[in-house]
Write a protein that binds this ligand. Structure first.
Ligand code: NAD
Length: 354
């Protein structure tokens, strides 16, 4: 196994692994550990080149620094990528080698599930290193993060409602959830329990029909759903749905959902603001999963009650983001960045003083 450093300005550690025996070709990026070890998922994709994989791992690990700083988990930002076809290239040897690669970073990087990586893969990785989170609840780990992401989103939506109306009461507020999978489906149920009027859409008609029958949600066509009048539009499917085409057609008062990278371009936050639509930055709102996982690393180990309490902080974090946005007269995505930078600065000052 050959592990080599790649020097990248602004990153604490970037390493490449080539292992002939298992065929592993992977990268780990540790962007920043000011606030704690760098936690971030492991993904596997058929990248066209190592450069493409490097671009992805750098971008994603930096994003994790900001996400964890705003979420206030006491963690830094990192990510890992395996260059390979998840359909055909997965072997136990590959994941054992990946485990040794993670171990070689000495706990500076802690891994978890991400795109095309499942718990069975991470179980093999865990055989080689203890720096793995998000395994099954039976194994003492924090388990499936999706329900916690949904809960976190609900807490955040209260802050959104307060910003809109001065009250966090969901009664009769109309929320449109696009994408009713693991997170969106659960969120829709939680919203209904909280008294909201919930509409749903999804490309999967079977899922929509089943949820409609069980919970009585209103169903809207996925095609053109963004034009539906509602209080909160909650994208919980894919990214990039908020763009030059959709923004002029939105008839919601807020965009607040769990899907990653909802804005096609960061500038679209300003475009939403110009239309008077409140935007809850996706990575602030969808941090429930990462907060849940972070509880595993607390001295007492994973405890669901502690996790739920920590996830409640998403409400406070969003309130803070909205405050900064108003006080500094900047779009909310810029406000979230400023909150992350404030926390990183406080972490640096604490370290310097220690
Ligand atoms: P999922 O795959 O369980 O659900 C996604 C749902 O969206 C599915 O029902 C799917 O049919 C639907 N969908 C996909 N493409 C669509 C399209 N073009 N139009 C309409 N519907 C479409 O995924 P999930 O775990 O619920 O995650 C949803 C989003 O939240 C993703 O963007 C994910 O990155 C993000 N997210 C998830 C978590 C988590 O804990 N699962 C944490 C943070 C962020």
């Amino acid at each position: 196994m050959e592990i080599t450093d790649i020097q990248v300005e602004g990153y604490e550690k970037v390493v490449r692994c080539r292992d002939q025996a298992s065929g592993l070709h992977a990268l780990i990026a540790v962007h920043n550990t000011t606030l704690g070890p760098a936690l971030g998922g492991m993904r596997m994709l058929s990248y066209a080149s190592e450069d493409e994989a490097l671009f992805d791992v750098l971008r994603l690990s930096k994003g994790m620094t900001f996400k964890s700083a705003v979420a206030d988990t006491g963690l830094g930002g990192g990510k890992s990528v395996i260059i390979g076809n998840p359909e055909t290239d997965k072997t136990p040897e590959l994941f054992r080698a990946m485990g040794q690669f993670v171990e070689s970073v000495g706990g500076k990087y802690i891994t978890a599930e991400d795109m095309n990586i499942g718990i069975p893969d991470l179980d093999i990785v865990r055989g080689e290193t203890r720096w793995v989170t998000g395994l099954s609840r039976e194994s003492g780990s924090s388990g499936n993060p999706s329900p916690y992401t949904a809960h976190g989103c609900l807490f955040g939506l209260r802050a959104v409602l307060e910003e809109l109306d001065g009250s966090g009461d969901f009664t009769d507020k109309h929320v449109l959830v696009q994408g009713v999978g693991a997170v969106g489906g659960r969120l829709a149920v939680l919203l209904k329990e909280a008294g909201a009027r919930v509409s749903i859409c999804d490309i999967n008609a079977t899922t929509v029909q089943a949820l409609h029958e069980e919970y009585g949600f209103e169903v809207v066509e996925d095609d053109g759903h963004h034009k539906v009048a509602c209080d909160i539009y909650s994208p919980c499917a894919r990214g990039a749905g908020i763009n030059d085409e959709t923004i002029p057609e939105l008839r919601c008062r807020a965009v607040a959902g769990c899907a990653n990278n909802q804005l096609l371009d960061p500038g679209h936050a300003a475009a939403l603001r110009a239309r008077g639509i409140l935007y809850a930055p996706d990575y602030v709102l969808n941090a429930g999963g990462i907060i849940n996982v972070s509880v595993e690393l607390m001295p007492g180990g994973y405890d669901e009650a502690v996790a739920m309490e920590q996830i409640g902080k998403i409400y406070d974090n969003l309130k803070r983001v909205f405050d900064i946005s108003r006080e500094d007269d900047v779009p909310t995505n810029e406000a979230a960045k400023r909150l992350a930078e404030q926390r990183l600065e406080a972490g640096r000052a604490e370290r310097a003083g220690a």
